[in-house]
Write a new protein. Structure first.
Length: 115
């Protein structure tokens, strides 16, 4: 294994307060709120999706109301994935995150042509 390759922690049992980083993948329609970035690395001490998302929104405040409702829940038309797991079907915003996690923000796509 080369020295430049990142090793990901396989389990979400990071000690509370341990510094860590996660990568958020930002969809095209929301990139204007991240200065055009398609990936944002967030560093901090967090253990849940809610805490990681809070850190993302602290750095890019314009994202908050596009991803979360006024009550702090994920908007109905937004899906959040940690790897391939949709947090909506896991523990929601309480879903554990781990160091090196890759989090995708995926807006729902509706519509289309009736056949």
């Amino acid at each position: 294994m080369s020295a430049s390759r990142m090793i990901l922690r396989e389990t979400p049992e990071a000690a509370i307060g341990d510094p860590m980083s996660v990568v958020f993948f930002i969809p095209g329609p929301l990139r204007s709120f991240t200065n055009g970035s398609d990936r944002v690395v967030v560093e901090g001490s967090f253990s849940t999706m809610r805490e990681a998302l809070s850190a993302l929104c602290a750095s890019y405040p314009g994202l908050r109301h596009r991803i979360l409702t006024d009550q702090g829940e994920v908007r109905e038309h937004i899906n959040l994935f940690i790897g391939n797991e949709c947090v909506r079907f896991a523990q929601g915003l309480a879903t554990p995150v781990f160091d090196g996690a890759e989090i995708s923000v995926v807006p729902a796509i509706t519509g289309g042509r009736r056949g």
